[in-house]
Write a new protein. Sequence first.
Length: 129
Amino acid sequence: MISSDINIDAFLSQYDEEVYNNAIILRELLLASLPKITEQIDLTAKMIAYCYGQKYSELICVIIPSKKGLKLGFNRGVQLADPDKLLEGTGRISRYIKIKSEAQIKSITIKKLIETALIAYKQCVQNNE
């Protein structure tokens, strides 16, 4: 993990309390769900990236805080099973979920999407070996 708790706190403190609190809870879930993940703040893009290397293909997901709210973005989001139709976006590769509450973050649906994203990453790595 590259980012420190102090850096994360400073980055997220510029957003309102609800965005800040939900981002911290989401961060804890990602760190617990993605073994040995690297966490990096991208100040230019205003997001926190979770990846297993420095290449875009090694990116699993991102936390995107904003004045309007919080999103959890998934690299390879178009490949993820989404039976509850939570994923939004029109990009060729990525999709995101609008995070609205702590209960949503702690839901089995979000946990399953994170697990599915990790599996998709591992399959991509295996296919490229």
